[in-house]
Design a protein around this ligand. Structure first.
Ligand code: BG6
Length: 523
């Protein structure tokens, strides 16, 4: 099997030097600390769906177990499926257990906060009834009129739900800032620049910008948040974080999962809309952005937008040199035989949807001029792996070359996001012994090292920030539009060119994607 295009250059490391975490006398922090959260009701539209079941409820439940939820809180599921509170709670319990949350001892107390309301998404009358119901719930439980409307529904329903909420008066906030109302939308935010702008206009018919939370769960991952800490809370990295020392940057989000039951959505999206417009672009901006003057929401988001603005327009005329797309075929993943994309339920036999892409992009500014950023993401690859690799340049002159006659491997700093939440640096040492030989070793910091508090998963963090009203880890609309401006010409070119089918290279499930991907680095 060929190696990952992104594993090139790193020898198997014969030695590992791990690092000690100094605690400097600081007591382990409880990551749920901070200001107490205001009581609220979280209303989840799409309550019978996969996202609710697999992510939202397990995240809320874990928060509950770690005393991270406000008191009181109510969680109201809304969907078309007729169900009563008891049936809804039972269905969620199965999801929570399947999600590997084993501390069920506090389930009953959590379940007591959960309600269910059947609702037809297109029926404004149902939203009026919901409004009345929420008021009664406020009265009964003391949730003080604060609401989060979480849209875990197909994106086609975002505009309708938002308008119906507005028409039912549910977007209104108290004049004194006490009674707040927030709407959370999941990506994709539109499917191109135009539809993203339309969606935004519709959301703003009823909600003000401070009420809109565009969620990208990657931003809320611990290790992703840590990129800025690493870069800007240490003085040793920033001086070398530029074109003078960095040869290339690789950002990888490889998955072993296939499209699963999401063909309806994925057929329309493909890997570029599903992973690149959002997660990959966020990882890119955190890696490349300038330091803001303060760690404040708008200042951080300003710097990210500047990166997107500096993206070199993609040379669509030379698509082959800058983008490789692929689609998985049957193969073996984690020891099990899996079908190809075209055999997945709901995928049309003539589908031209890519499940893999590798792209070379440049950022036209002083810091990054000429440094290629390789962004790679795909489904049904050999391993679930998300990481950012910073490849440093070779030493300018090797004093060892004539003695040991070998190439000196370059330093690589890896920011591991999954499965290893870590920072590791590959560097050269002398191989012990009489003969002069170099050997690359890694110095690893594992994120959970010497940390006893609960590690928040991305949805937990995103939900807490939404309850706090902190938008730092959420997309701002200008960034959404800038990334669409960058990607839309690529998508248009890919989706309209006559030799479309030839542009999607097949790869066997369980490998590292199409062999053609390696040519991006050769060019
Ligand atoms: C989602 C995509 O946003 O991210 C999925 O829609 C993808 O297709 C998922 O599987 C990956 O997230 P994570 O956190 O598992 O890397």
């Amino acid at each position: 099997m060929k190696t990952a295009p992104f594993e090139e250059g790193i020898e198997p490391q014969p030695a590992t030097a791990s690092c000690q975490v100094e605690d400097f006398g600081i007591a382990p922090q409880n990551c749920l600390g901070g200001e107490p959260l205001s009581p609220c009701i979280i209303i989840i539209f799409g309550a019978s769906g996969d996202l609710t079941f697999r992510k939202l409820i397990p995240a809320l439940f874990r928060l509950h177990c770690n005393m991270g939820l406000p008191h009181p809180i109510r969680i109201v599921g809304c969907a078309r499926t007729p169900m009563d509170d008891g049936e809804f709670r039972e269905s969620l319990k199965t999801g929570v257990l399947a999600g590997g949350v084993h501390d069920v001892s506090c389930w009953d107390a959590f379940a007591a906060c959960v309600r269910y309301r059947p609702l037809e998404y297109l029926d404004p009358g149902d939203y009026r009834l919901l409004a009345r119901y929420l008021e009664e719930l406020d009265e009964e439980s003391g949730t003080q009129g604060n609401r989060i409307f979480y849209l875990a529904v197909p994106p086609a329903l975002y505009e309708t739900v938002s308008r119906c909420l507005g028409a039912a008066g549910l977007a209104q906030e108290g004049m004194d800032g006490k009674r707040w109302s927030r709407i959370v939308v999941e990506k994709p935010f539109g499917r191109d620049l135009e539809s993203a702008a339309v969606l935004d206009r519709v959301l703003h018919e009823n909600f003000l910008e401070h009420q809109v939370f565009r969620i990208d769960h990657y931003l809320a991952k611990e290790t992703v948040q840590n990129v800025l800490m690493l870069r800007f809370a240490n003085s040793i990295f920033e001086p070398v974080w530029n074109r003078q020392f960095i040869e290339k940057v690789k950002i990888i989000a490889a998955e072993t999962l296939g499209v699963g039951k999401r063909a309806g959505y994925y057929e329309e999206a493909g890997v570029l809309r599903d992973m690149f417009q959002n997660h990959m672009m966020q990882l890119l901006s955190l890696t490349a952005m300038e330091p803001p003057s303060h760690f404040e929401t708008e200042l951080v988001r300003d710097e990210k937008s500047k990166v997107f603005r500096a993206l070199r327009p993609f040379p669509v005329e030379q698509l082959y040199e800058f983008l490789v797309s692929g689609r998985y075929e049957a193969g073996i993943v984690d020891g099990a035989r899996v079908p190809g994309y075209l055999e997945e339920p709901g995928v049309s036999s003539g589908s031209l949807t890519p499940t893999f892409a590798s792209m070379k992009v440049f950022i036209d500014n002083w810091r990054w001029q000429g440094v290629p950023f390789y962004l790679t993401s795909g489904k049904r690859l050999a391993k679930k792996l998300t990481e950012i690799q910073i490849h440093f340049r070779e030493v300018p002159h090797s004093i060892f070359r004539h003695v040991i006659g070998q190439r000196i491997h370059k330093n690589v700093l890896t920011l591991g996001i999954h499965p290893d939440e870590k920072i590791s640096l590959v560097f050269q040492t002398k191989n012990p012994g009489a003969t002069l030989r170099l050997r690359p070793v890694t110095m690893d910091f594992h994120y959970s090292q010497n940390y006893a508090g609960p590690l928040l998963d991305a949805y937990e963090k995103a939900l807490i920030d939404c309850m706090r009203g902190d938008q730092m880890l959420f997309w701002r609309q200008d960034a959404v539009e800038l990334t669409w401006s960058f990607l839309s010409p690529i998508l248009e070119r890919c989706e309209t060119c006559t030799d479309r089918s030839r542009m999607i290279f097949p790869y066997e499930a369980g490998t590292w994607g199409p062999a053609e991907a390696s040519r991006l680095e050769e060019g």
